[in-house]
Design a protein around this ligand. Sequence first.
Ligand code: M6P
Ligand code: ZN
Length: 186
Amino acid sequence: MILTRPICMDLSTGVLSGLGVEEVSRTISDLAGVFGDEQARLALDPTIVVYRVQSYLPAANGTEGGLFWGTTFLQPGLVGDEYFMTKGHFHAKRDRGEYYVTSSGEGALILMDEDRRTHFEPMRPGSVHYVPANTAHRVANTGASVLSFFACWPSDAGHDYETILHDGFSARLYCDNGRPKLVGAD
Ligand code: M6P
Ligand code: ZN
């Protein structure tokens, strides 16, 4: 028996609506240890919302074979010279991949493999990004407006934030004379 109902998505803004859509916000105060310049983070208003995630999780978390759907809305801004970005994670089940599709704005998908090799893919409306298994992923907003992107990931992937909080990515994306520059990559 099918127990789910369709939800709605505004294709231009990424906004999700309907029964079962959940939302979380990440403020400057939630992002301790994420940016390279902790003093610059502490100097900002802690209540600033850096990003919001709407998600539709029609299967129980951990279900093998199910899929989750979500939209992330990432504000433009800087912490020091580093672009506002998501926390970033590996999947707890490392062999699970994910798709990201940009709906609005400009950004960068930063990917790091398990050998700590980091690179980024520019994000623009319509760009489709495959996040392979065993790959940490985070998104930075490199533009002047909200960056929104859809994501689809397996319901048993899970989020491993601890590895990134502890070891970080091997490179950070800075604003260098108005342009993104990945610093620390091989
Ligand atoms: C995408 C998906 C979500 C993730 C969100 C924010 O929507 O990958 O699973 O939660 O981005 O990223 P993070 O959890 O790293 O803050
Ligand atoms: Zn993921």
